[in-house]
Design a protein around this ligand. Structure first.
Ligand SMILES: Nc1nc2c(ncn2[C@@H]2O[C@H](COP(=O)(O)OP(=O)(O)OP(=O)(O)O)[C@@H](O)[C@H]2O)c(=O)[nH]1
Ligand SMILES: [Mg+2]
Length: 321
């Protein structure tokens, strides 16, 4: 092959293979990895019928115009052994690792730590150092209420064990539960935004928009329930919006309206609570692509169509130019 040809060939290869960020979900069987993934897709009915994941399941999804390759490594022992035998196949190229541990299953904590060690060893062998986010999972709201002190101590203890096990530098923790949907949304949004250099620009644009329409808080969400940006006047507003976002999304899913209906009716949902208005609206940033959603909090229920259109076009500029 001539020199020119090989360069051409290489270029073609690169064009065909868009750059994907690999996110790896791993941990023991029954930890809750697949449930977390499905809850973001709001596939709640599927969670009830889940069976253990067989081997590595891959899904590619789009986040802010970036292709994310999500790997869900089934955690049953036989699979774990096979991953550790072929680390190049399963662990290589990981840019973000999410290690899920079931904190309700105390009998298996040491087994979970031991597999965590194995995973870190593979990363070190492959000479990669992705951040690892440990999800202290199944920290359900009822548990939080009823056994607060006990759980706080348990969590401190588990964190200490993770730290001691490997002395891994880029180790972070989130407390999550599928029964506290906003805990999953918040964790995954923060993690994914860390991959995205334009996230500050998006945050700024949202803040300006909030000021312009006189809103106390704005959240912009994508179709995977991920918050791509937000502005909150204070902690109270943050809590109000984060706690209600999942319900607006689910309610919106139930209407199943089409793009045509969206354009014709100027759809929005308004809920009045605490002397304020929660306004939820679907926004099309780019025709033919999945929509984004906007939830905002305002003293008055007034807003103008033009404001939303301006905002959508600003987002379009940032995301697709
Ligand atoms: N209480 C509680 N149960 C959960 C939570 N998340 C998942 N589960 C349950 O945990 C069980 C296992 O969930 P999966 O998502 O299948 O676990 P997994 O980590 O994917 O398991 P493998 O595919 O075998 O690796 C299911 O019965 C879920 O309903 C949670 O936050 N709280
Ligand atoms: Mg699974």
């Amino acid at each position: 092959m001539e020199k020119g040809q090989s360069i051409l060939y290489l270029k073609k290869e690169m064009e065909e293979k868009p750059i994907q960020n690999k996110i790896l979900f791993t941990g023991l069987d029954d930890a809750g990895k697949t449930s977390i993934i499905l809850s973001l897709q709001r596939e709640f009915s599927k969670i009830a019928l889940l069976s253990p994941t067989r081997g590595a399941q891959r899904r590619i999804f789009n986040f802010l115009g970036k292709e994310i390759s999500e790997w869900d490594l089934g955690g049953q022992l036989s699979y774990r052994i096979s991953y550790l035998k072929s680390p190049g196949k399963f662990f290589d190229g990981t840019e973000i690792a999410i290690y899920v541990i079931d904190i309700q299953n105390k009998a298996r904590i040491s087994e979970a730590i031991s597999y965590f060690k194995d995973v870190v060893t593979q990363f070190r062998k492959l000479e990669i150092e992705p951040p690892i986010y440990v999800f202290l999972h199944k920290y359900d709201p009822a548990l939080k209420r009823n056994a607060k002190n006990e759980m706080t101590n348990l969590i401190l203890d588990i964190k200490e064990k993770f730290k001691k096990a490997t002395d891994y530098k880029k180790l972070f923790y989130y407390e999550t539960s599928i029964y506290d949907f906003s805990s999953i949304i918040t964790a995954m949004s923060e993690i994914l935004l860390s991959l995205y250099p334009k996230s500050e620009l998006i945050a700024k644009t949202i803040q300006e928009f909030a000021k312009k329409i006189n809103s106390e808080g704005v959240v912009v969400i994508d179709d995977n329930s991920l918050i791509i940006g937000s502005y909150y006047k204070d902690e109270e507003v943050k809590h109000l919006l984060n706690a209600s976002t999942p319900y607006f999304l689910t309610l919106n899913d139930s209407f199943e309206f089409t793009d045509v209906m969206e354009e014709r009716y100027e759809n929005r949902m308004i809920v009045q609570r605490f002397g304020r208005n929660f306004i939820f609206k679907q926004i099309t940033v780019k025709k033919g692509l999945t929509p984004y959603y906007l939830l905002l909090l305002k003293g008055d229920p007034i807003f103008r169509k033009e404001d939303f259109e301006t905002f959508a076009s600003l987002l379009r500029e940032i995301l697709y130019k």
